[in-house]
Design a protein around this ligand. Structure first.
Ligand code: NAD
Length: 299
């Protein structure tokens, strides 16, 4: 952008509210037509304050959508076997259609082992290797990680078809960067993944018609790193000290600089974050329908 123009703001909060309303309507139809109430079980190990807040918010959103919410708490010193036993009992509980194990887990627990104990059909975060494999192979029918799914929805809302666009993703985590790359390949983008060992990051990022930052480094991405007119999705959530001892959230993109260069940009907060929860509800609904042998609901 030039001549003092500013990027249009991608309003993730509003998009997520609309999606949640559509999910709520689909839940009502599922109840009326098939007597089914989707159920989401969250498992929390220990007392990490941020995880407590996430799980509480997810529970509220689940109930607001007309779904059943269950929370299971285990002490921080619980052993891995107890957690896996709980996961297995939820796998066979018919009132539970979706299970999430809140990360991070305490150091003595191997998160991969726990994820592999999940029934892939109830793996609402899409982390089980079966779901990872389905996404990588592009065969469909799996559950897709919520944050990358939310990013793609925001991009399609802002840009329409994404085919042929060059997408640069900053960050290669299993949670965000890698699944997002698969989703954007599925949308026929040309995809570059850059990361902590990439040489000359800015030379890569400036090529992106789409630039997604998922690194966890406050304001890493400067205005000069962005192709003029690009769509910028800021996944980062970094808690910084604010005024009067209050904390504030900052993304991975220097918003004040980026907004003068990009064509579209997500704010932090109010961008990707709300979409993550909405996509969790969407996955819960999709999982419930699939388990009942019903077609994927229209949402
Ligand atoms: P992660 O720590 O697992 O991965 C970070 C990635 O960034 C790594 O691949 C690493 O190679 C790369 N990286 C780190 N420093 C870098 C640097 N200086 N230059 C280039 N690349 C660098 O993190 P994650 O789980 O993918 O999360 C990333 C960010 O997104 C975090 O701030 C997290 O809080 C946030 N997040 C937000 C949501 C949401 O709902 N909005 C969901 C998940 C994660």
């Amino acid at each position: 952008m030039s001549d003092g123009a500013r990027a249009s703001i991608i309003d993730g909060k509003a998009t997520a509210e609309r999606l949640r309303a559509r999910i709520g309507a689909a839940v009502k139809r599922l109840k009326a037509d098939h007597g089914l109430t989707p159920g989401l079980a969250a498992v929390l190990v220990g007392e990490d304050p941020a995880s407590e807040i996430y799980v509480r918010n997810k529970g509220r959103a689940t109930e607001a959508a007309g779904m059943a919410s269950f929370t299971h708490r285990l002490a921080a010193d619980s052993d891995q076997g107890a957690l896996i036993d709980l996961v297995r009992s939820l796998n066979t509980d018919d009132s539970v259609n979706a299970i999430l194990v809140q990360l991070p887990l305490p150091d003595h627990i191997d998160a991969d082992r726990v994820t592999e104990a999940l029934d892939p059909a109830k793996d609402v975060d899409g982390f089980h290797l079966i779901n990872v494999g389905r996404l990588s192979a592009g065969v469909g029918g799996g559950l897709v990680p919520c944050t990358p799914q939310g990013c793609v929805m925001l991009l399609k809302d802002a840009l329409g078809a994404l085919a042929g666009l060059h997408a640069v993703i900053l960050g290669r985590s299993n949670l965000v960067g890698k699944p997002l790359a698969q989703l954007l390949l599925g949308e026929n983008c040309t995809v570059t993944i850059a990361h902590s060992r990439t040489r000359n990051l800015a030379a890569e990022t400036v090529r992106g018609d789409i630039l997604v930052a998922a690194v966890g480094r406050p304001a890493l991405v400067k205005g000069s790193w962005i192709k003029p007119g690009a769509a910028v999705i800021d996944v980062g959530i970094n808690r910084m000290e604010g005024v009067a001892g209050k904390s504030r959230l900052v993304g991975d993109v220097d918003f004040d600089q980026a907004v003068t260069v990009a064509g579209h940009i997500t704010p932090v907060p109010g961008g990707v974050g709300p979409m993550t929860i909405a996509c969790l509800l969407r996955n819960t609904l999709i999982a419930t329908a699939a388990q009942a042998g019903l077609p994927a609901p229209e949402i």
